[in-house]
Design a protein around this ligand. Structure first.
Ligand SMILES: O=c1[nH]c(=O)c2ncn([C@@H]3O[C@H](COP(=O)(O)OP(=O)(O)OP(=O)(O)O)[C@@H](O)[C@H]3O)c2[nH]1
Ligand SMILES: [Mg+2]
Length: 197
């Protein structure tokens, strides 16, 4: 089985990538399996910029093909925030629950129809010997009035999918992996890189 390195420390992402890549005959390793203390400063202004930075940094350590994900939530009524700051929205100490509470507070007086949001995932693939590729996947939804469900991670409990009448955290991992921004980005990568899959 071919192995791919995923340049992430986020175990929620790792679990999703493990399932998504297993369907395609790959096994994955993440930064949590690598014996180096690597910290990458995510200072780009776009998801794509941060994803490339993560992937290219890790290629330097491993010499393998590396996939990195930079992702987050864009809320229309907040002019696209939290965006690239999604992980650190409520403070530098990453805390999903505090992020969700802050988001619900910011949207306290915003009506249902104005709560449109999208998840965005930039996937960068860096190679030891050719230029980095980037694709973007999205998933459209709305911010719920209160958190519901306990699957997934991050903003999943407050991300409401209108056609499913459920939050992302109320879906099983299989259901999320059919429609998520991460799954959509990976489908694009697969279309553009048939020979690689
Ligand atoms: O509800 C969610 N469902 C998702 O599917 C999802 N994908 C991303 N996010 C949010 O966006 C941040 C990413 O920031 P991010 O790309 O910098 O990742 P991270 O810092 O957690 O790990 P790393 O990959 O950088 O090591 C995460 O922490 C989450 O808050 C999600 N929330
Ligand atoms: Mg990060």
């Amino acid at each position: 089985m071919k192995t791919i390195i995923i340049a992430t420390k986020n175990e929620g992402k790792v679990a999703e990538f493990r399932a998504l890549f297993a369907e395609r005959g790959f096994q994955i390793r993440s930064l949590n399996d690598i014996d180096e203390d690597i910290s990458i400063i995510e200072d780009a202004s776009t998801f794509a910029g941060n994803a490339c930075k993560k992937a290219e940094t890790i290629v330097g350590y491993t010499g393998n093909v590396v996939v990195a994900d930079d992702s987050g939530l864009e809320v229309e009524a907040l002019d696209g925030k939290p965006g690239v700051y999604s992980a650190r929205y409520a403070g530098d100490e990453k805390n999903d629950q505090a992020n969700n509470q802050k988001l619900l507070r910011e949207l306290e007086n915003v009506s249902d129809e104005d709560r449109k949001a999208r998840f965005v995932c930039a996937l960068a693939v860096a190679f030891p010997d050719r230029e980095t590729e980037v694709v973007i996947g999205t998933c459209e939804g709305k911010i719920a009035q209160e958190p519901k469900g306990d699957h997934g991670f991050g903003y999943d409990p407050v991300f409401y999918l209108e056609d499913k009448h459920k939050t992302m955290a109320q879906l099983t991992s299989e259901e999320k992996n059919e429609i998520s921004h991460r799954a959509n980005a990976l489908k694009k990568l697969e279309e553009e890189w048939k020979e690689w899959f």
